[in-house]
Design a protein around this ligand. Structure first.
Ligand SMILES: Nc1nc2c(ncn2[C@@H]2O[C@H](COP(=O)(O)OP(=O)(O)OP(=O)(O)O)[C@@H](O)[C@H]2O)c(=O)[nH]1
Length: 205
């Protein structure tokens, strides 16, 4: 273990009923309540966390599950501030949720450029049972993800399909970006040591 721990702030965004809370519930508690508990919209936001070990490093993934209702839009903005990753959810059986995903992606690109985007089509089990219910093609979603240098996943909170995969990828990408950043800083320090005068105030000697 490389010691210490790394924290990542992850935010979930997307239309109401897209399946954000169920995704978090599956990831953190490995359960799906959809068949026993009636749908309840999230009010404001909810927080959950899970620690994973990636490349010998403990990573605490702090997850903000925002409310999809447009009534809480202003509040959701507060929760994506400083997020390192956003899982932008759309319901594979609801075309309008894909339009809403575009909206959130636009917001992130404008206001939170350091946030890596992971597009997530939810409720895959439904279209697996009945492919006619698919309203968003994998091709369109992939194209949108490519546009923002992100990735697209198709998940099911009912079966668990690809849910661990998304969060593990977030942790792996974040650690890689931190290493890349550290290498850049180290290279700058070496450069500074090689040419100390270059960085002194001109005309101050
Ligand atoms: N079959 C199936 N149903 C799902 C899945 N994910 C969510 N649902 C159902 O879709 C409904 C909405 O899910 P939520 O997770 O509450 O949606 P949300 O995006 O958190 O909604 P808001 O809190 O209003 O933003 C619930 O009835 C869930 O049981 C899934 O993967 N498969």
């Amino acid at each position: 273990m490389s010691g210490g721990k790394v924290d990542i702030k992850v935010v979930l965004l997307g239309k109401a009923y897209a399946g954000k809370t169920s995704l978090v519930e599956r990831y953190i508690h490995n359960r799906f309540l959809g068949e026993t508990v009636p749908y309840q919209n999230t009010i404001g936001a909810a927080f959950g966390a899970k620690t994973v070990t990636v490349n010998n490093q403990n990573v605490v993934i702090g997850i903000w599950d925002t409310a999809g209702s447009e009534r809480y839009e202003a509040m959701s903005r507060i929760y994506y501030r400083g997020a390192k990753a956003a899982i932008v959810c759309y319901d594979l059986t609801d075309k309008s949720s894909f339009d809403r995903a575009r909206f959130w992606i636009g917001e992130l690109q404008k206001y939170e450029q350091g946030c890596q985007i992971y597009l997530c089509g939810t409720k895959f089990d439904i279209i697996e049972d009945n492919p006619d219910l698919r309203t968003v093609s994998e091709r369109d979603a992939h194209a949108l993800a490519l546009d923002v240098r992100g990735e697209n996943y198709e998940t099911s909170s009912k079966t668990g399909k690809d849910i661990d995969k998304i969060f593990t990828k977030i942790a792996v990408d974040y650690l890689a970006s931190k290493t890349a950043h550290k290498n850049e800083v180290d290279a700058d320090i070496v450069e500074l040591r090689k040419h100390p005068k270059k960085h002194l105030c001109q005309g101050c000697s």
